[in-house]
Structures are given as structure tokens and as C-alpha cells.
Design a protein around this ligand. Sequence first.
Ligand SMILES: Cc1cc2nc3c(=O)[nH]c(=O)nc-3n(C[C@H](O)[C@H](O)[C@H](O)COP(=O)(O)O)c2cc1C
Length: 176
Amino acid sequence: MAPLVAMSDEPIPFTPASGDATALRRAFGRFGTGVTVVTTQTPRGPLGMTANSFASVSLDPALVLWSPAISSKRHDSFVAAASFCIHVLAADQEALAQHFATQGHDFSPFDWTKGPGGAPTFAGALAQFHCDTFAVHPAGDHSLILGHVRHIAMRDDGAAGLMFDQGRYGQFTPRD
Ligand SMILES: Cc1cc2nc3c(=O)[nH]c(=O)nc-3n(C[C@H](O)[C@H](O)[C@H](O)COP(=O)(O)O)c2cc1C
């Protein structure tokens, strides 16, 4: 059966409309990313969130950022946290990503240890960035959290990263 909407490489122009983020969300989703799980320690125990808003920012000082949505139940805890850990997930860690996209406080399915800054830490990540909170900026319906990277643990075995593109998990395939 023919598709209702013809597939075309012609870009569809539109203006982001306040109140309907569907098309904007799809357009943002055209940017394929890696996947992280951000963790912190709270008075209620360990907290985690799957996030692909991670970006490296500065080399000196070493700064990274990510952005939790204000609508998230976990937002206020992350904004209040003095330190946190960003795990860049390996391709075989999709279960971690799915788990911490659903909820934040249940760490029971996974082994974890307390990291150098106190945040819960999972083995197997391609990189762990242990950060002190450097700044928090308002950013529309999200907050921008900048982290000062104090300690890094990095795998160097060439393992593939978990990727997220247009709503789907996958893995990068090099050309050669
Ligand atoms: C691949 C992926 C990336 C995500 N990235 C972000 C993000 O950068 N910021 C964010 O606020 N939520 C992000 N989410 C959504 C959260 O993981 C989580 O689903 C959301 O916080 C659920 O709301 P709650 O905290 O109220 O339970 C992402 C989800 C997925 C699956």
C-alpha cells in the first residue's frame, strides 16, 4: 500500500508553535546523540535519569552540561545536587537507559558503587564524568546544569557507544 505521506528529502518549513511541541520534538530528534545516565545522591537515596542533552563545553576548566526538564519529578533534586556523575553508556547498556527513563530511585537491578564525588556509579560505561555543580541556568522549560569535571574514568577498549536517533536506540557503524 502506498504511504499516506510521500517520503521526500525536501525539507518541510515550519515555525515552532507555542503549546504544540510535537513537530519541534521531531525536528530536535533528527540530531542523533549518545546516551547518558546522570546520577546523584539525595536525602531519599540514589537518583538517576537517562539524558541525551549531555554536551562537552570547556577544556580549561573542564566543563560539561546537561538539561533536565522542569516538568520532571527528578528536576529539583538534580538542580539542588552539589555533585553528580554522568555515565556515557556503552552499546550493551540499553537496559540502564530504559530503566532510568522510566523512574529514578530504583537502583536494585544494577550493581553500583559510590563514586569519588559520592554519586552512584555503574561499571561498564564508556566514560564517567564525576562533577561538582558549577552553575545552573534557567533555559525555558528546562534547566541547564553545568558540571565541573573533577574525576574521569574512561574505557579505552574501543567498545561502541549507545546511540539515540529519531526515538530509537542503536549503535554507530564506522564506514571502514
Ligand atoms: C534517550 C533519552 C534521552 C533523554 N534525555 C533527557 C534529557 O536530556 N532531559 C530530560 O529532562 N529528560 C530526558 N529524557 C527523559 C527522562 O529520562 C525521563 O523519562 C523523564 O525524566 C521522566 O519524567 P519523570 O522524571 O517525571 O519521571 C530522556 C529519555 C530518553 C529515553
